[in-house]
Design a protein around this ligand. Structure first.
Ligand SMILES: [Fe+2]
Length: 331
């Protein structure tokens, strides 16, 4: 072995240790603004997973174009890396600042909308949010998901149907919401039991009903890097009042959605882009206090009545819709 062969020998051995055969890698040299993108594609071209290769080819294309089109400076790029580093430092077991960043950039909603596109006539989906828990109490139809004193009364009723209008019996309905202070039970330092959340089943005719409280707007966490970015962008951190719903039934695609109360001041500027026009509801004020009693509310006082049917798409119907919303994945 000559002295010139030794570095190559060492390099080949090192690369082989990572499962790479140096002789089979594309040769990339002469980097320039014009050639860098194709060079990155070339060096990635041996990726054994086609989906990974496809995703990174597009990521590199768009990222490089973004940098060219915006003339990102070195200082701006370093500030971006610093920002992302700080965002990572804010994450813990109970806080995920990156999901929040994804939310306020519309990425969560975009992914959710494409992945959960529904067939015509089915109830639209929207983002799950961070406050769902598995430990909600099971309740019978007509019972309450909220303990007394948690907010103004709201009665919710309707049916769970398929896209042909047939009732779906035995659907599992999870629902959760803020209390009248705009706070989820999980946000209180002391949480001895789940509150303002419950799980019930649709009846044989698809009907469901439960007592709840009127949800109110709330702010997403604003004391971190996402809060400062939202301020910099001239936006606010509020979400309009809403009631979360998740429905599961055999043969149907799980529906994760929420109902937004008409007239909410933040309904046209939701910080995380969750609102859909079809999900805006207009509960009626029931002033007949005898109706409050007959619906099981503890106090004879006016309440809101929210009537809402939910229409589920079958697994096949939803899969068919995604062929058009996610064509690259469907290939
Ligand atoms: Fe929420």
């Amino acid at each position: 072995m000559s002295i010139h062969d030794e570095p190559a020998f060492k390099a080949n051995k090192l690369a082989a240790g990572h499962g790479i055969d140096l002789s089979k890698l594309p040769k990339i040299v002469d980097m320039s603004p014009e050639s860098i993108t194709s060079n990155v594609h070339a060096i990635n071209s041996n990726c054994p997973d086609e989906r990974t290769k496809f995703i990174f080819k597009n990521l590199v294309n768009h990222l490089h174009d973004f940098i060219r089109e915006t003339s990102i400076t070195t200082e701006e790029w370093m500030a971006t890396i610093k920002y992302l580093t700080e965002t990572g430092k804010m994450c813990s077991d109970i806080r995920q600042e990156f999901i929040l960043l994804s939310d306020i950039l519309g990425v969560s909603t975009l992914i959710d909308t494409l992945n959960n596109a529904k067939p015509p006539g089915a109830t639209e989906a929207t983002v799950l949010g961070p406050f769902f828990t598995e430990d909600a109490h099971d309740i019978a139809n007509g019972e309450s998901i909220a303990s007394e004193g948690k907010g103004d009364y709201m009665f919710v009723e309707g049916r769970v149907l398929d896209t042909k209008g047939n009732p779906i019996a035995g659907a599992v309905i999870d629902t959760w919401e803020t209390d009248g202070f705009g706070v989820y039970d999980t946000q209180y330092t002391v949480r001895d039991k789940p509150d303002c959340r419950g799980r019930l089943h649709s009846a044989d005719d698809g009907s469901y009903s439960f007592r709840a409280v009127v949800p109110v707007p709330y702010a997403i966490p604003s004391d971190g890097t996402v809060g400062s970015l939202v301020s910099k962008l001239g936006r606010h951190v509020f979400r309009p009042a809403h009631l979360h719903i998740m429905i599961k039934a055999p043969g149907f695609e799980k529906l994760v959605t929420a109902l937004y109360l008409k007239g909410d001041p933040y309904i046209t500027s939701d910080a995380v882009f969750g609102v859909r026009t079809s999900l805006i509801v207009d509960p009626k004020l029931v002033t007949d206090v005898s109706a409050s009693k007959s619906r099981g509310f503890a106090e004879a006082k006016p309440h809101l009545l929210l009537k809402q049917d939910f229409v589920l798409g079958t697994l096949e119907e939803c899969a068919e819709v995604r062929k058009s919303t996610m064509p690259a994945f469907a290939q």
